[in-house]
Design a protein around this ligand. Structure first.
Ligand code: CU
Length: 163
C-alpha cells in the first residue's frame, strides 16, 4: 500500500469537493455524495479528524525503574470509550512495547500481542513487568474497532531502563 499516494488521492478529493462549492453537510451524508470516492482502506478510521493528544504521564523518558512498572496514560482533547462503543470524539489507549510506530499497520484494526496492549475497557493506566534492560513505550490511540485515527494520535516514545 502506497500511503503517500493514498494521501494525495484523499487531498485531491478534498480539494475537488471544496472547489465544487459543496456546502459541508453532515459527516454521515458526505461519503455517498463525494464524486471521487476515497480508497476503501481509508474508510475505517474516517470521520472528522480528531485533534487529540496522548502522552505518557509516568514513567519519565530515560527513567531507571524496578518491576512492577506503572504506566499512566494522558489524554487531551478527546474522551475515552470502551472498545466496541462508537461515540464521537472518543477512543481507547494502546501501549506499544519495544515496537516502533513504523512497524505498526496503522490502517487496520490493531492486533493484540504481548507488545501491543489494548485498554479496551477504558483504562488509563497499567502495570507491567518487563525484562531487565532498555525498553521503549509509546501510546497509540484508536477507535472503537481498534483502528488508529488519521492523522495518527500517538505519544512520543519514551525509553526506560528496567533494573
Ligand atoms: Cu484496542
Amino acid at each position: 500500500m502506497n500511503r503517500s499516494l493514498c494521501f494525495l488521492i484523499a487531498s485531491l478529493a478534498l480539494g475537488a469537493a471544496a472547489t465544487a462549492q459543496t456546502p459541508a453537510p453532515t459527516p454521515a451524508a458526505a461519503p455517498t455524495t463525494t464524486p471521487a470516492a476515497a480508497p476503501a482502506s481509508i474508510a475505517p478510521a474516517a470521520g472528522a479528524p480528531m485533534q487529540a493528544e496522548v502522552y505518557i504521564i509516568t514513567p519519565h523518558n530515560g527513567a531507571t525503574l524496578s518491576n512492577p512498572i506503572t504506566v499512566r496514560f494522558g489524554l487531551k482533547g478527546a474522551g475515552i470509550a470502551p472498545a466496541g462503543v462508537k461515540f464521537d470524539n472518543t477512543g481507547h489507549h494502546h501501549l506499544l512495547i519495544d515496537t516502533p510506530l513504523a512497524e505498526v499497520k496503522l490502517d487496520a484494526s490493531l492486533p493484540t500481542t504481548d507488545k501491543i496492549l489494548h485498554f479496551g475497557k477504558g483504562q488509563t493506566e497499567t502495570t507491567l513487568t518487563l525484562a531487565p534492560g532498555k525498553h521503549s513505550l509509546q501510546l497509540l490511540f484508536a477507535d472503537a474497532a481498534h483502528v488508529p485515527f488519521k492523522p495518527v494520535i500517538a505519544s512520543k516514545p519514551i525509553s526506560i531502563i528496567v533494573k
